[in-house]
Design a protein around this ligand. Structure first.
Ligand SMILES: Nc1ncnc2c1ncn2[C@@H]1O[C@H](COP(=O)(O)OP(=O)(O)OP(=O)(O)O)[C@@H](O)[C@H]1O
Length: 237
């Protein structure tokens, strides 16, 4: 069994049938790209995996355990971290307080361990270290994205779901973010990435899925030239 498996997953918002039978898998350490136009349901796939919304039908398994119907906090404790599109930096809290809230997701961590993790986070994200006493919401867009990722990482996820991380960011920051995501995969973390910049995302992606109207209509190996070409063609029509 794969690390994560979705079988015939359906999700509704009220009467609106948004996901209409999603089948998807993620292997350990793999980067999976989830592509598609606006409004086709990519964010809903991510939220359904993380338990932020509940599927109305279908099975989701993470490390062979069923996830569907389990509360979001519990899913996060099992090792799935969602970095949402809107970043959700807590207003009125400093960078460090935002990070400390992330540690609360990690089960059974001692105070000393938490402090060590915090220092390790600052080593990986020096810009956050410089700004640790600054209010989180006063950071630049790129720094807020880093903070959102750092906060989720403090829960020690095995699988990260990252939703449109580069939206509205300057090209240099986008490069930093991709460098960071590459480092995370080298640490063995699997990633599901939703990204509008398909060409850039494909450089990091091992396998991809194309979502159209709540269904997966194409999937493939991102390293294969023909599969990549088909994806790019399908997305640009
Ligand atoms: N909370 C909600 N209540 C009702 N409808 C919603 C809700 N969230 C999303 N939708 C609708 O579900 C559909 C899929 O939205 P979703 O955000 O998953 O798409 P997406 O592919 O991630 O789009 P985008 O690239 O624009 O973020 C859209 O039609 C959207 O309007």
């Amino acid at each position: 069994m794969s690390m994560l498996e979705l079988r015939d997953v359906h999700t509704h918002y009220g009467l609106s049938h948004v996901l209409q039978g999603i089948d998807l898998r993620v292997e350990p350490g793999e980067v999976v790209g989830l592509f598609g136009r606006n409004g086709v349901g990519k964010t809903t796939v991510m939220k359904t995996i993380a338990g932020w919304v509940q599927p109305s039908q279908g099975d989701i398994h993470f490390e062979s355990r069923p996830l569907a119907g389990i509360p979001a906090e519990q899913i996060s404790r099992q090792g799935i971290g969602l970095v949402p599109e809107d970043r959700r930096i807590f207003p009125g809290l400093t960078v460090e307080e935002n990070l400390r809230l992330g540690f609360m997701q990690a089960p059974g961590m001692s105070r000393a361990e938490r402090q060590r993790k915090l220092e390790a986070t600052y080593t990986r994200f020096p810009r956050l270290a410089d700004r640790r006493r600054q209010m989180g919401t006063t950071l630049s867009g790129g720094e807020q994205q880093m903070l959102a990722i750092a906060r989720v990482l403090s829960g020690a996820p095995k699988l990260l779901l990252i939703d449109e991380p580069t939206e509205g960011l300057a090209p240099m920051i986008v490069e930093d973010l991709f460098r960071l995501m590459r480092e995370l995969t080298q640490d063995g973390i699997a990633i599901v990435l939703v990204e509008q910049n398909v060409h850039l995302a494909l450089e990091l992606t091992d396998r991809f899925y194309l979502v159209e109207r709540g269904q997966i209509t194409l999937s493939g190996d991102a390293r294969e030239t023909t599969a990549r070409a088909e994806l790019i063609e399908r997305i640009s029509v």
